[in-house]
Design a binder for this molecule. Structure first.
Ligand SMILES: [Zn+2]
Length: 123
């Protein structure tokens, strides 16, 4: 599976919730739909449907196992920052769900931290 972006992502953040951690996609970037273009393998993308309160489906490549985030999920959608080959030219704006962060993981940047989702929790 391969894709290209014709413009840098609009933002990057890290989610420490157990759901994101377990798919290895906790650092994500948001991309505008019109900048995301499949090159190959779109038909190999499998999707786990999100169940409320989770908002985003989880997609991965059936051939290589790469966690993708949710390509195609609206006008702007999150994709896994780890699956980008090149520097996306954005840096983490915040950490969310830090109360679910495992003790062994240490946040080593100055990005703002939220206990839960940024719009649902105070800093
Ligand atoms: Zn999460």
């Amino acid at each position: 599976m391969a894709f290209s972006l014709t413009a840098p992502p609009t933002m990057m953040a890290t989610c420490h919730c157990s759901r994101c951690r377990k798919v290895g996609a906790s650092t994500f970037v948001f991309v505008e739909a019109e900048t995301f273009h499949w090159i190959s393998g779109q038909d190999a993308v499998a999707r786990f449907k999100a169940e409320p309160p989770s908002r985003y489906d989880r997609c991965f490549c059936r051939h290589c196992g790469t966690a993708l985030g949710e390509p195609g999920g609206g006008a702007s959608f999150p994709i896994n920052a780890q699956c980008l080959d090149d520097d996306p030219q954005v840096r983490a704006r915040f950490h969310e769900f830090v109360v679910e962060k495992p003790d062994w993981y240490q946040i080593c940047d100055d990005a703002v931290q939220f206990a839960a989702h940024p719009v649902k929790s105070a800093e």
